[in-house]
Design a binder for this molecule. Sequence first.
Ligand SMILES: *[C@@H]1O[C@H](CO)[C@@H](O)[C@H](O)[C@H]1NC(C)=O
Ligand SMILES: *[C@@H]1O[C@H](CO)[C@@H](O)[C@H](O)[C@H]1NC(C)=O
Ligand SMILES: *[C@@H]1O[C@H](CO)[C@@H](O)[C@H](O)[C@H]1NC(C)=O
Ligand SMILES: *[C@@H]1O[C@H](CO)[C@@H](O)[C@H](O)[C@H]1NC(C)=O
Ligand SMILES: *[C@@H]1O[C@H](CO)[C@@H](O)[C@H](O)[C@H]1NC(C)=O
Length: 674
Amino acid sequence: MKPLVQRFHFLFSTLYLLIITIYPTHITSSFTPYHTLFLSLASNSSASSHLHHLTRLPHLSSSHEDSLAASYVLSSFPFPSHSTSYSALLSFPIHRSLSLFSPSSPPFHFSLTQIPSPSDPSSAVFSLTVPTFHAYAHTGSVTAPLTYAYYGRVEDFKKLRSLGINVTGTVVLARYGKIYRGDIVKNAQDAGASGVLVYSDYEDYAKGKAFPAGPWLPESGVQVGSVFRALGDPTTPGWSCKADEEECERVSTEEIVRRGDMPSVPSLPISGKDGEKLHKAIGGKVAPDDWQGLEGAPAYHLGPGPGVVNLTYIGNETLRTIQNVFAVIEGKEEPDRYVLLGNHRDAWTFGAVDPNSGTAALLELSERLYKLQKKGWKPRRTIILCNWDAEEYGLIGSTEWVEENRELLTSRAVAYLNVDSAVYGPGFYVSATPQLDPLLIEASKMVRDPDNSSQTLYDSWISSGSSPPIDRLGGGGTDYAAFVQHIGVPSVDMIFGNAASIWGLVALRLADDEILPFDYISYASELKTSAKSIEEEAAGCPVSFSPLYKSIEDLKTAAVNVNKEKKALEDKFWGLSLRKDKSKLRELNDRLMMAERAFTDREGLSGREWYKHLIYGPSKYDDYGSKSYPGIDDAIKEAKKSNTTEAWRFVQHEIYRVARAVKHASLVLNGGLT
Ligand SMILES: *[C@@H]1O[C@H](CO)[C@@H](O)[C@H](O)[C@H]1NC(C)=O
Ligand SMILES: *[C@@H]1O[C@H](CO)[C@@H](O)[C@H](O)[C@H]1NC(C)=O
Ligand SMILES: *[C@@H]1O[C@H](CO)[C@@H](O)[C@H](O)[C@H]1NC(C)=O
Ligand SMILES: *[C@@H]1O[C@H](CO)[C@@H](O)[C@H](O)[C@H]1NC(C)=O
Ligand SMILES: *[C@@H]1O[C@H](CO)[C@@H](O)[C@H](O)[C@H]1NC(C)=O
């Protein structure tokens, strides 16, 4: 009997091998030859030619040049492409002026202009850039003494109060660099300031050689940006207005200001040089040691006065047409499942790094996918390439689109992969929702490090520690926000070098793998780590985190079980792919896709309802600051301030609410009704 069994076994395995090689529908949950081919098709010259085309002229959102750039992207995509336009409130400067009056010198009128280096090839067209301003700044004029408020954080104003400095009625001088500029202005306004000037201190921005000799900001360089504190078109919070829509509901700017999303005091961004000049006019107490500037510079004081400034700003907030551009590569097996790749196109000036290094990478990537298609590749799921407009003003293009398409996206979007700046400097920076961590790590092992071709991206990525550092997507700042924080789509945000390769590779796996490469075990462990740190924040306080820990344990169990199911399905599929099992596969994938949605809550975060995700969201006091459990965090901060029973009960409510969301995610993964 024995030899016969062996022979049978041999025969069986040969047959088995034959089946898996000839049968095209066996489970593919790994890299395929097409994916390797994708890596080999990288083209430097294509990316650089796109970058050159896109950045010849400044292309502020809704400008003529922005619309030329949109046409360029539209016609460069080698796949069916289209554009979708919205009418949104943008903001432009009409008049800016700043004068300094100090007792010891004659009045000084600042030019508020940036001076390009004569050797900069763009200096000839530099005058076409928009004057330096804060988008959506309050129109107004203030003449008042100056105070210095360091980075303009809540704790900096607290410190000033404790030092006996009253900023009420003054013009606050604050530094860029730690928090979102819109929050600097809001914090100053809440502290009673009548105007705000935000400058780039040499200590933060001029430690090395200034451009063009080095990468640092020139003395006259100014950081332009928005001070709007919500996302999307300010007049359509939660919905969108198409460009050709005749009647559309809009919120008035007075209402937006009343909600605290637009400032009620004027502000301007200024250069390091102008900041230095203003510092010299501020007397009073010497600022704390850590508030000082570059070593050797004259000491900074806190004020108020004696220097008085006249800060005047007049802006034009007006409805303009913005244009998102898309290319669609239809999926063969599951055309109604979407893998989205996004980058924005609009720039405050030329956009060579932010965002058009990313746009060039997106176009180069699309050419590689086209070449794959010519070789016979067809994605299993639909891939959508997105090029957003008006990101700089407040992630408007992406947010309007997500708001308009919310229902289809929540039922069909598998993942969103964002790249804002593809080339930025050395290093690879990734943020993601945690079920994507294992895939990102796997993909980084397949891609060479563009800065050191003798090792993989993974090798360089871990050089700073034992495991690759992956941040989370709580902060605002770029176009993943609406996908994650409003509708709960698993997402990635990447910055750096050979981004087109890793970006495309991750997309290919998400589009082609029969079983979605999502791992919720990493989500559960990440949730636990964050729970521990927020528990520490509330150490000694009358609240219990055990409902949260319990729900995380349940999620972990569900994640282990779903991984076993994946494994079993893979084993079963080796060789035997029956029609019946396709629906099983689809059902499993839907659970993996929808589990992230369970973290969103219809009510949203308390007091900022647009944010629906209860796990990741921005800090209430810094839109750039990423928070885990933002609702619990807000509630703890409030409770610590008021220390009332009611406030602590509210913290407990927030903990329960998150625990329920996590519980829902495990129910989705389990996939059965209770
Ligand atoms: C791409 O271009 C850069 C800069 O011109 C060059 O250093 C690099 O070797 C090129 N890489 C490839 C793969 O051609
Ligand atoms: C700060 O100054 C304003 C106006 O001068 C005054 O109304 C307010 O009471 C002062 N605040 C403190 C804490 O002294
Ligand atoms: C401040 O400057 C503006 C010009 O930009 C001027 O119209 C206004 O009168 C000045 N205000 C004061 C109080 O000097
Ligand atoms: C504001 O911009 C609109 C066009 O977008 C223009 O028609 C209007 O004249 C501008 N207003 C001012 C005061 O410049
Ligand atoms: C490049 O990678 C090799 C191999 O890992 C390493 O030995 C070398 O130090 C790296 N070079 C730089 C400049 O990081």
